[in-house]
Design a protein around this ligand. Structure first.
Ligand SMILES: Nc1ncnc2c1ncn2[C@@H]1O[C@H](COP(=O)(O)OP(=O)(O)OP(=O)(O)O)[C@@H](O)[C@H]1O
Ligand SMILES: *[C@@H]1O[C@H](CO)[C@@H](O)[C@H](O)[C@H]1NC(C)=O
Ligand SMILES: *[C@@H]1O[C@H](CO)[C@@H](O)[C@H](O)[C@H]1NC(C)=O
Ligand SMILES: *[C@@H]1O[C@H](CO)[C@@H](O)[C@H](O)[C@H]1NC(C)=O
Ligand SMILES: *[C@@H]1O[C@H](CO)[C@@H](O)[C@H](O)[C@H]1NC(C)=O
Length: 465
């Protein structure tokens, strides 16, 4: 393929660059300040590539199927739509042949603030784009050396050598959707808890990674995307794989706008553990405070408060934090969080063989559906308590759909909702509604009371008349 290198592993690409050197290619034209910057980025990248070669020599397995070529990537990128742009990089979604698999293509954002500022300062567009490309290459090199469900997967990288000296490269990544914090605030607690748990698992991995303890220096929600409901970090150009070196404890001050923390200088002369603590406090201030406590089951509130307090004061490391999250998850999944009080379930009659025939009904918050009231429940008992607390609720249906924790979704409906026979779900109807003699169903062919035969009592007692 002339003028292009087929999809390559970034560490190899990085090493190839180190051999060429920034000055050799166009030493005479780039201003000295920019040359120095380029040389510094190149050394930084060289160190990282060497660490990865030494500590994580096993290259990631390639995805199944044929490898993509740069021509595929260029063709797909031409018709692609932008999904996100930052200061340095721009991301488009594209379908790659032959199967049309959707991926994210990340490249240098020529119109972004990073390149624009550099051009203003140095007046050298291709050198400035090359400078930004080092960030992209650093990110891809790191992605190659790390492997975790909380880190976006890198499929490969493509280099168009016809565009030298600007070093035009494209990273081919797993496609996600940008994290929308406002939207997340309106989703059920269970989903928000998952985002926080995913983050804690990621931070635990980063603290113990094969490349050492890694700090995300620019830690913000916009560095993350969601893939199939899971949180993944995608912006890895601004990270540190080394901990600060120090002579005294004063050198290890951990600074945040609202608060500073002191940290010990180890006998080895590094602020050991500072990267982990830095990540954790950022997780606390950007994620946990917003997503964790709000509308959690009341029995779990004290545990969540403890997690917030312990991470907010940095009393916990990632190990203890992860353990606490797992404990909350266990309590939630096992239903142990449910208050121990008499259930409302005996006020309901179970009708087998009915389903909902209504598309729109009353809404509740935070519903899993936009057209009605759908909530995750532990069992019919919890659903009955919820139905009894909603003035509109007349019956509920335990659907076969499950949330990520394995809990079923229940649909809560009012008296205006129509039930139709011929479904294999169970409808729990308020006894008071049954005894009013209202026809149970209006099936599309108007066979009144069809299915009356299948009526069975929840506690094997017939409805009172
Ligand atoms: N794999 C992906 N799938 C979908 N969208 C993505 C993906 N990776 C990144 N994005 C979106 O593109 C935006 C820019 O990517 P990225 O954060 O890597 O660029 P950046 O220039 O370093 O950003 P920043 O200015 O935040 O540092 C992200 O904020 C995110 O919304
Ligand atoms: C944190 O420390 C810095 C440097 O010592 C200081 O300037 C700043 O005021 C401190 N911030 C807080 C919130 O204490
Ligand atoms: C944690 O709890 C203690 C004691 O109640 C309190 O003084 C402190 O401010 C709390 N810290 C945070 C981050 O909430
Ligand atoms: C945290 O747990 C990991 C194993 O999962 C272990 O290797 C590491 O030493 C622990 N860190 C601390 C600070 O206890
Ligand atoms: C209602 O009509 C559908 C299709 O027209 C039919 O399959 C079904 O058996 C009918 N139900 C009853 C109870 O008659």
């Amino acid at each position: 393929m002339p003028g292009a290198l087929a999809v390559a592993l970034p560490a190899l690409l990085a090493l190839a660059w180190l051999r060429s050197g920034p000055g050799r290619l166009w030493g005479s034209e780039a201003p000295a300040g920019l040359q120095r910057e380029l040389a510094r980025r190149q050394r930084d990248l060289g160190r990282l590539a060497a660490v990865i070669q030494a500590r994580a020599p096993r290259p990631r397995p390639r995805p199944a199927g044929r490898a993509w070529g740069c021509a595929d990537v260029a063709r797909a990128a031409a018709g692609a739509s932008v999904v996100g742009a930052g200061i340095t990089k721009v991301v488009v979604r594209a379908a790659l042949p032959p199967a049309g698999r959707e991926v994210a293509l990340k490249s240098v954002h020529d119109a972004g603030r990073d390149v624009r500022r550099c051009v203003q300062q140095h007046g050298h567009p291709s050198g400035c784009r090359r400078l930004a490309a080092y960030k992209l290459l650093k990110e891809a090199t790191l992605l190659q050396g790390l492997e975790h469900p909380g880190i976006i997967q890198l499929h490969g990288q493509c280099y168009d050598s016809s565009a030298d000296p600007e070093m035009k490269i494209t990273s081919i990544l797993e496609l996600g959707t940008p994290l929308e914090m406002i939207e997340l605030l309106q989703t059920p607690w269970e989903k928000r808890f998952k985002i926080c748990l995913d983050l804690v698992e990621l931070l635990h991995y980063l603290a113990n990674s094969p490349l050492g303890s890694i700090a995300l220096l620019d830690f913000q929600p916009r560095q993350f995307v969601i893939v199939d409901g899971a949180l993944k970090v995608t912006d890895l150009d601004d990270v540190s794989t080394e901990e600060l070196s120090c002579q005294t404890d004063e050198d290890c001050l951990l600074e945040f706008p609202t608060r500073n923390f002191s940290h010990k200088c180890s006998t080895r002369g590094t602020c050991e553990g500072i990267n982990e603590r830095r990540n954790l406090f950022n997780a606390y201030r950007y994620f946990f405070t917003y997503l964790l406590p709000h509308t959690a089951p009341s029995v779990l509130q004290p545990l969540l408060k403890d997690i917030l307090n312990a991470t907010g004061d940095l009393r916990y490391g990632t190990n203890e934090t992860l353990r606490s999250f797992q404990k909350v998850l266990h309590l939630y999944k096992s239903g142990l969080y449910l208050p121990k009080k008499p259930s409302h379930l005996k006020e309901y009659v179970a009708l087998k063989g009915f389903g909902s025939g209504t598309a729109e009904d009353y809404k509740c918050w935070p519903s899993y559906s936009h057209s009605g009231c759908v909530l995750s429940v532990h069992n019919a008992k919890e659903a009955a308590d919820i139905c009894s607390s909603h003035s509109q609720c007349q019956h509920f249906i335990i659907t076969p759909q499950k949330t990520w924790t394995g809990r079923p979704l229940a649909l809560f409906q009012s008296s205006s909702a129509v039930l139709i026979p011929g479904s294999d779900t169970v409808v729990y109807m308020k006894r008071s509604a049954v005894s009013k003699g209202k026809p149970l169903t209006r099936s599309p062919n108007e066979s009144r009371d069809a299915g009356e035969k299948t009526l069975t009592g929840a506690n094997s007692s017939p409805p009172r008349r």
